[in-house]
Design a protein around this ligand. Structure first.
Ligand SMILES: *Cc1c(COP(=O)(O)O)cnc(C)c1O
Length: 367
């Protein structure tokens, strides 16, 4: 069997470091926030080349706090894409705002800047591009439009730890950037976790209060806040893993390059494109094919796991039917939902597994 992902392999490769860090927290008596989380914040901010990082309990909370810090509230509109994990849209709803969708562009499946301006209204209070699969959206074009209308950009970088756009790290270009540490993400906790990065002193201060019941000092609640704090154990584990992230990212990129080399000539599928000047960190390696379902069946028959990210765009999800969108509204997203197929990829994946997956896809075409 070739698994889609193997979280145990990563743990085994750094077991002694992780075990020591966890035992350290258990002995410390400090189980929420504290020194380990504060250090993670400093180290992750440095990693992203930004001034502040605020650790929280999930990537969804990171998005929610970013929206609140940007002043988004009931009656406002927030523009994002329908081809994303549902959490991007849920966070907008948590803030009481209305999600407004703009389609993705066909090559990277990230926000299409050419369709963005037409969606802006006087009520638009934020724009959330999603750095899908680990490749950043076209930030220059998006920022130019957003800046012209004085609308803050919030980066959904939940799949893009360490990705770059013209040398700038994911999360460092917008007003804030949101990351998830869900176990399967490129930097994953052993449980839930997330973080927001920003260069704004004011927004950092607001988000720090909001994640911890809106208090400035204990029992002095300046804002209506939340319990979005990070556990100390996750902070300690993530600090260890952050030291390995660059090596893991390079391993993902090597697997991505090998897949693209082996599959590049296949007539019935398209490999993902790494745009010039963007560093793709391959959270997901998604091929596209009109025969997607058939290819998935062939892989499955060979004992190879694969995934669909995502089979239904958010505008067609029942939960968001109240937004009033219909099939046909976002054709690029809808075609992608029918055609994408995510192949196994993770840093510890043996190279011969990459070769086997590619061979199985080649065989699917021949037979
Ligand atoms: C994972 C993910 C989220 C949510 O992160 P959680 O930590 O699971 O709350 C949001 N947006 C995108 C694009 C994601 O992939």
């Amino acid at each position: 069997m070739i698994p889609f992902l193997d979280l145990k392999a990563q743990y085994q490769s750094i077991k002694s470091e992780i075990d020591a860090a966890v035992l350290g927290v258990l002995g410390s008596g400090q189980y929420i926030l504290g020194e380990e989380v504060a250090r993670l914040e400093q180290e992750f901010a440095d990693y992203c080349n930004v001034k502040h990082a605020i650790a929280v309990n999930t990537g969804t909370s990171a998005l929610h706090l970013s929206l609140l810090a940007a002043g988004v509230g009931p009656g406002d509109e927030v523009i994002t894409v329908p081809f994303t994990f549902v959490a991007t849209v849920s966070a907008i709803c948590y803030a009481g705002a209305r999600p407004v969708f703009v389609d993705v562009e066909p090559v990277t499946l990230t926000m299409d800047p050419a369709q963005l301006e037409a969606k802006i209204t006087p009520r638009t209070k934020a724009i959330i591009p999603v750095h899908l699969y680990g490749q950043m959206a076209d930030m220059d074009a998006i920022k130019a439009i957003a800046d012209h209308h004085r609308i803050p950009v919030i980066e959904d970088a939940c799949q893009a730890h360490g990705a770059q756009y013209k040398g700038a790290r994911a999360g460092s270009i917008g007003a804030s950037g949101c990351f998830s540490f869900y176990p399967g993400k490129n930097l994953g906790a052993c449980g839930e976790g997330g973080i927001v990065v920003t260069n704004s002193d004011d927004q950092a201060k607001t988000m720090r209060m909001l994640r911890d019941w809106g208090q400035e000092q204990r029992y002095h609640h300046l804002l209506k806040g939340f319990n979005y704090r990070m556990d100390a154990i996750q902070g300690a584990i993530l600090r260890i893993k952050l030291r390995h992230l660059e090596a893991w990212t390079e391993a993902r990129r090597a697997h991505g390059r090998r897949y693209s080399l082996l599959l590049g000539g296949s007539p019935n599928l398209r490999t993902p494109v790494e745009v010039a000047d963007r560093r793709h960190v391959y959270h997901v390696y998604a091929i596209r094919s009109r025969d997607r379902d058939e290819l998935q069946r062939v892989l499955s028959a060979e004992g190879i796991q694969s995934g669909l990210h995502y089979p239904i765009p958010v505008h067609l999800q029942k939960a968001h039917a109240d937004l009033g969108y219909q099939a046909g509204d976002f054709p690029i997203s809808e075609a992608a939902a029918r055609e994408v197929l995510s192949l196994p990829i993770y840093p510890e994946m043996p190279t011969w597994h990459v070769d086997q997956v590619a061979a199985a896809l080649e065989y699917a075409y021949v037979s």
